[in-house]
Write a protein of this length. Structure first.
Length: 422
């Protein structure tokens, strides 16, 4: 009994010092590095509190008021609140907040309207799409016939004429709008017109831009889409998780597809955290945040261009940009590694028509959501651009890397993160 009580009350450092030491190191890394991964962010502590809460002990298969377990009287209210907040935030008729991840959310939307063997049209991964938009090794390619659209070779922007002509040629059941590495505004109305022309469903994956949509800094895909899928952890600044929005017409089928179709027990800590995230994203301060994310990306893009870097499509309209490193004789892989040594975290990324392999690439993807959460603004984007350029201009110079690393740690310290932790 004593052992039981001790175990139940013991802290992580007492139970597992190895894992505690590593989470401490990760906290330190997040504080001292400048986070430019376009899909990452820092969540408010309230979101983390939900995720580390007693909700982890509860099963709640089914939907509010139709649960397959007893004891759901509180957790089903949490789920209802999350659903209502998601609907209100984005102006949707229906929301399912149970999907564990963005890929699962996409799977749920696909399974709701497509049968195996049907055709889907989505953006190529190497031109900005996502794995779950039809990569050859992804479940989408195992189940469906995938046709891909890309960007125009000259403008490096979505070629809507190509989308329309592929749609007319292949008559897909589903067209997917949305991307993981596309720095430009997406014209959802145009996508919907193409879908309507051939009687296809439009599924918009807004994972990257969800925070911008919530904050009014990007057009809302809801009025144009049959389904909208999203993660919560990116620009929306919530927990790792996902949700699907749709019109009332698809509500029942979507819910049945998520549970019992592709998931069992929902992750209640994540659902509570999503509810908090939707609440925060509906506050006026989130509009300021979303606008600053876009302003910071624009400032960073301008500062990189001013230092001679070519940006894919010539700039950015959203929270991210893609740097073409070919003129610097550096690969994305090499640049990611040296920037990490210098305290700047980015990810290598294929650029359209990239001659390099996906694990090497010719590009870097830079994004502003995380640094904006820390409170950084245009002057800091200038400092970051200067630091990125210094490192990429002297990739072999350990002295430069170490100097920049020190400067980035100082910059991080000036914008404290999670001060009450540790
Ligand atoms: N892996 C995510 C990204 O970094 O864009 C997409 O799911």
């Amino acid at each position: 009994m004593a052992y039981f009580n001790e175990l139940m009350e013991a802290s992580l450092s007492a139970v597992d010092p190895d894992i505690k030491a590593l989470t401490d190191k990760e906290l330190d890394r997040q504080r001292t590095h400048i986070e430019l991964i376009a899909s990452e962010n820092f969540v408010p502590r309230a979101v983390m509190e939900c995720q580390g809460s007693i909700l982890t002990n509860k099963y709640a298969e089914g939907y509010p008021h139709k649960k397959y377990y007893g004891g759901c009287e509180f957790v089903e209210v949490i789920e209802e609140i999350a659903i209502e907040r998601a609907k209100k935030l984005f102006g949707a008729g229906h929301a399912n907040v149970q999907p564990h991840s963005g890929t699962t959310a996409n799977q749920a939307a696909y399974f709701t309207v497509m049968k195996p063997g049907d055709t889907m049209l989505a953006m190529k991964l190497d031109q900005g799409g996502h794995l779950s938009h039809g990569h050859p090794l992804n479940f989408t390619s195992m189940i469906y016939k995938v046709v891909s659209y890309g960007v125009n070779r000259d403008t490096e922007m979505i070629d809507y004429d190509e989308v329309a002509s592929l749609a007319r040629e292949y008559r897909p059941k589903v067209i997917v709008a949305g991307a993981s590495a596309y720095p430009r505004r997406i014209d959802f109305a145009r996508f919907r017109a193409v879908a309507d022309d051939i009687g296809a469903y439009l599924i918009t994956d807004m994972a990257h831009i969800a925070g911008l949509v919530a904050g009014g800094a990007h057009d809302n895909p809801i009025p144009h889409s049959h389904f909208v899928t999203s993660t919560t952890q990116k620009s929306l600044r919530g927990p790792r998780g996902a949700f699907v929005l749709c019109t009332e017409e698809f509500a029942k089928d979507l819910d049945r597809t998520v549970f019992p179709g592709i998931q069992g027990g929902p992750l209640l800590p994540a659902i509570a955290a999503k509810a908090v995230c939707f609440k925060l994203a509906s506050e006026p301060s989130f509009e300021d945040y979303a606008r600053q994310v876009v302003r910071n990306a624009a400032a960073l893009a301008k500062a990189m261009q001013g230092r001679g870097y070519r940006l894919v499509s010539g700039g950015t309209d959203n929270h991210m940009m893609l740097l073409d490193l070919r003129s610097r004789s550096l690969t994305g892989k090499a640049a990611e590694k040296i920037l990490e040594e210098a305290g700047i975290t980015v990810n290598k990324n294929a650029i359209p028509f990239d001659p390099e392999k996906p694990m090497v690439t010719s590009g870097l993807r830079l994004g502003s959501p995380a640094v904006t959460t820390r409170g950084m603004k245009e002057p800091e984007m200038e400092l970051i651009a200067e630091a990125v350029d210094e490192v990429l201009s002297s990739p072999e110079d350990k002295g430069v890397i170490s100097k920049v690393r020190g400067r980035m740690a100082e910059l991080g310290a000036a914008f404290p993160l999670y001060e009450s932790m540790k």
